[in-house]
Design a protein around this ligand. Sequence first.
Ligand code: UP5
Ligand code: MG
Length: 192
Amino acid sequence: SNDKKVTVVFVLGGPGSGKGTQCASIVKNFGFTHLSAGDLLRAEIKSGSENGTMIQNMIKEGKIVPSEVTVKLLQRAMQESGNTKFLIDGFPRNEENRDAFEKVTGIEPEFVLFFDCSEEEMERRLLSRNQVSGDWDDDNIETIRKRFKVFVESSVPVVEYYDAKFKVRKINAGKSIDEVFEAVKTIFTPAN
Ligand code: UP5
Ligand code: MG
């Protein structure tokens, strides 16, 4: 049935701010299902879907894939999970994403976890991941710069939209992984 209460937390922050890393720890400690929009899109490319080439080109350019594609993938993953608590990581990335998700699912996020990190630090992290993993073909300096630009122009306005509704929980993400998680924990641990 559709009457189960669904809890969604949007996890936002620039490329390399640590969204995926922190979501993995939140899952272990707080019973959420982690859905990375970027990971779902990369899986869609690998599956050989008819949208694969379009998605691959957009990721290479750091551009935002049309909402209808991403929202459909998120909805399907939510249904297949069997859970009611979701961390939606790296989405919504622009106003169109936000509007489409709200209209299609009827879901408003509980809050928005926002990882605030300097571009210098994010760039360092992405370039060092580039040395160790072949999985991300967008971790080269040209694409990284494009991703930063799209983040500032399109994604920061989404954070501001939710900030005006007092829904943003901002974390200083420039510290060590453990220090960042200490701050994250206080947000997910209910005060009594
Ligand atoms: N690391 C993490 N935390 C650290 C810390 N505190 N100190 C030191 N190092 C730290 O971390 C990145 C790297 O930094 C890792 O090596 C990690 O060990 C280290 P990670 O946790 O992966 O950061 P994250 O914020 O998740 O970075 P990610 O690369 O995922 O950022 P993006 O938001 O750019 O990537 P995403 O996968 O979300 O999107 C990729 C592309 O898909 C987008 O550019 C876009 O083209 C497309 N997309 C859409 O079109 N629509 C969507 O809805 C989503 C994506
Ligand atoms: Mg990620």
